[in-house]
Design a protein around this ligand. Structure first.
Ligand SMILES: *Cc1c(COP(=O)(O)O)cnc(C)c1O
Length: 436
């Protein structure tokens, strides 16, 4: 007889051995106390402990915004909880239609299509585009997210990986294909684990020259960059040079769901052909309403963006002054390099247990080996007192675990956001990265 349980237990043991077994921290978030939440330690002996969260992807605290909460509760009261069906079978409610109009407007595109998550939107859109284009070859940045990789896999298209953010390499790969072959270039605007930003203009220019379609994942930038919060394309005025813009409603917009925005025919084709859009129920009105409220708010207000950038600069400077090895980048994500999986996990544990600071360790396969890190995400709710406590706590952890300091910063005075902190270690050339 097959030992079914033994197979699953063995698979888990293998993960434990590789130190890839994941444990989740149970949190009770509270709009009144953000960025402090309650953490329930494992086991029942101790009650919930207050912890300061430094790794939330609710980057702008929009999930805590009174207008957004009100939109959600009001929609539940008015329209009930579930959507009642798939889009095709009684599930196309007014709130999701309004949300799609808002998102098309945000990105200056003819249409937008909403999915139940950002992961599903990448999977659905990329696989459908790749399937519909005859003999398409897909060019994918080496650091692309798992949802992109899975979408490309499902498309069954030929795939070429270019070194992370390396336009010279991308051009070599594009030039090697016949000019009239269908091509799709897929990349992210802002990579969440390193905070690096893509050379979007250069990539768009190459796509134009070699006759390729472009698809950008702006998941970590929507809400956070650009005059309307439309992402890096909005900030740099490049949205009209990119064919498909994909985003999430679950990070900067503080809700749940994903979407693509593009011209009407691309959106209509995905709507009509993607099984992961067609055969699943629509997001509830409360979710669509809260997402739309966040998008609408951030199109008008830049206060949250400005405050978040200001806090980010303060955190970065304070960490550098303490000689902590901050990865250089020009974004709101602050990776602090540990460089070893076990110590990275230990550092996170010590921050939580000893200092009541919650930062999830980022280990392989999310990032490549030797670049294990703590990834800090400042929000507008973090105050100077939180920053001071964070730097003191990290300094204690660095000393306790004898972790490496940034020697270069020791020799130079404090540098700004784009300063000469530690160079990001080489993470290129492999599609092993499973960012999340
Ligand atoms: C989180 C993430 C997604 C998936 O978005 P969800 O809405 O969380 O499913 C897609 N792309 C990137 C780059 C991400 O980091």
């Amino acid at each position: 007889m097959m030992n079914y349980d033994g197979i699953f237990a063995g698979a888990i043991d293998a993960l434990r051995e590789e130190r890839r077994y994941r444990t989740f921290a149970t949190l009770v978030r509270n709009p009144e106390t953000a960025p402090t939440a309650l953490w329930q330690p494992p086991g029942e002996t101790r009650g919930p402990q207050p912890v300061t969260v430094w790794c939330s992807n609710d980057y702008l605290c929009m999930g805590m915004h009174p207008d957004v909460i009100e939109a959600s509760t009001e929609a539940s009261r008015s329209f009930g909880t579930g959507a009642g069906g798939t889009r095709n079978i009684s599930g196309t409610h007014q709130k999701v239609v309004e949300l799609e109009q808002e998102l098309a407007g945000l990105h200056g595109k003819e249409a937008a299509l909403v999915f139940t998550s950002g992961w599903v939107s990448n999977f659905a859109a990329i696989s459908t585009i790749g399937t519909l284009l005859p003999d398409c070859v897909i060019f994918s940045d080496a650091d692309n997210h798992n949802s992109i990789i899975e979408g490309i896999g499902r498309s069954r298209c030929e795939k070429k990986i270019w070194r992370h953010n390396d336009v010279t390499h991308l051009e070599q790969l594009l030039a090697a294909e016949p000019h009239d072959r269908a091509k799709l270039v897929v990349f992210e605007s802002l990579y969440s684990m390193s905070g690096s930003i893509a050379p979007i203009g250069g990539i768009a220019a190459l796509a134009e020259r070699y006759g390729a379609m472009t698809y950008i994942d702006e998941v970590h930038a929507v809400g956070l960059y650009g005059p309307q919060g439309g992402g890096i394309c909005d900030r740099d005025g490049l949205a009209d040079q990119i064919d498909v813009i994909q985003g999430t409603l679950a990070k900067g917009f503080g809700s749940l769901g994903g979407y693509v925005a593009a011209n009407a025919s691309i959106v209509d084709a995905i709507r009509s052909y993607a099984p992961s859009f067609i055969f699943t129920s629509t997001m509830p009105p409360s979710v669509a309403a809260s997402a739309a409220a966040a998008v609408r708010h951030l199109r008008r207000s830049k206060a949250e963006r400005d405050q978040q950038q200001a806090v980010t600069r303060r955190v970065r400077r304070a960490l550098q002054a303490a000689r902590l090895p901050v990865m250089a980048n020009e974004s709101h994500i602050i990776p602090v390099v540990v460089g070893e999986a076990q110590k990275c996990t230990a550092a996170s544990q010590m921050l939580l247990e000893r200092h009541k600071i919650y930062v999830q360790p980022i280990n392989y396969p999310t990032v490549s080996k030797g670049t294990e890190r703590l990834r800090l995400t400042p929000t507008p709710a973090h105050r100077d007192v939180h920053i001071d406590l964070l730097v003191a706590a990290l300094s204690d952890v660095w000393a306790s675990l004898e972790l490496p300091y940034d020697e270069r910063v020791a020799r130079s005075p404090i540098v700004g956001m784009t300063g000469d902190a530690l160079d990001p270690k080489d993470m290129t050339g492999q599609q092993s990265v499973r960012a999340e």
